[in-house]
Design a protein around this ligand. Sequence first.
Ligand code: DI6
Ligand code: FE
Length: 394
Amino acid sequence: MVAGAAPYGNIYDAALAVKGDRIAWIGPSSQGRNAAAGQGVPVEDTHGRWMTPGLIDCHTHLIYGGNRVEEFEKRLCGESYEAIARAGGGIQSTVQATRAAAADALRASAAVRARRLMSEGVTTIEVKSGYGLELAAERRMLEVARELERDLPVSIKTTYLGLHALPPELRADRQRFVEQVSGAWLETLAAAGLVDAVDAFCEDIAFSLAETEQFLRAAQRLGLKAHVHAGQLSDMGAAELAAKYGALSADHLEYVSAGGVCALAASGTVAVLLPGAYFTLRQTTPPPVPLLRQAGVPMAVATDSNPGTSPCTSLLLTLNMACTLFGLTPEEALSGATRHAARALGLQGEVGTLEVGKRADFALWDIARPAELCYGLGANPCTGVVHRGKIRAA
Ligand code: DI6
Ligand code: FE
């Protein structure tokens, strides 16, 4: 997946050597075999399988209580996502269930979802808070995210999604909520080492541009990087704001303007495309992929795994949707779950390509060509995963 080389950065008939948790060497298979034999290094024969970098799901809300199957049913009986949200359902119902859940229960249900992602070759997952909306519950979500990394052979990046929805107890006092989130809560969570980045849902059913900016400014003061939920349902200018603050990523982008695309290109912010949410909400305006492509904005693809708008735990299915619904080429989609997803998490020096010095995170696939990873609906051709240099048990 190294940029600029052959399609997909393909290397044929290759061997890869691992030392500790790093890729130590990549070269011709025969040379690797000889060197390994000479030095008594153990060899694993992959029987001609394809190897890719470990996949990266760079936008998830993996931790939550309950589910939203009733809302799914309501939407199919004609109610809109926005109407349900305005009536106190939607995110609020997940907030109630998440607040009520013990940490053990949150950890167990999130681990099931994480394992599903991992079974498809995923080695890095970004996990957002945002269903607590009070300090203790947000802290619990972020702690559970850290514990997932301790319990499972997967790398986790945590995101404090401070501005996701207004908590019921502060519905009459938005300003106070935004001040707490941007002030004491952010400082406390960051000081506890729980925050790798922040995020805000900038949308007319959620938080305004000014409120989002207040939070991003506070994060910047603490030296924290940001993601922004931008342009999912309407154009608020959130992509431009993300660019202004040098955000790692602007996510969704169905309604981003041409000016927003230019701003992302100039700031090097990654566009994270989330076709699972688009699909679930039965949206009809896809993100402007031709414009993003033309402007040279790196495009990542992620599941947005969440109970409301993307109850999805398959990154491979998401790659298919990125191609079928958004018009990405299979090579763009696969870059979006490897190299560009790494950049969206600020991990481009560590993961996302198979290169000497990078983390030994990779997946083996029983496929004939890379596009097959985007082609199937519900297939899982993953036959093995190495995470930080260790073969992951099936
Ligand atoms: N955008 C989304 O698609 C999810 N959050 C967000 O900011 C939806 C979350 C939910 O409905 O529970
Ligand atoms: Fe999201």
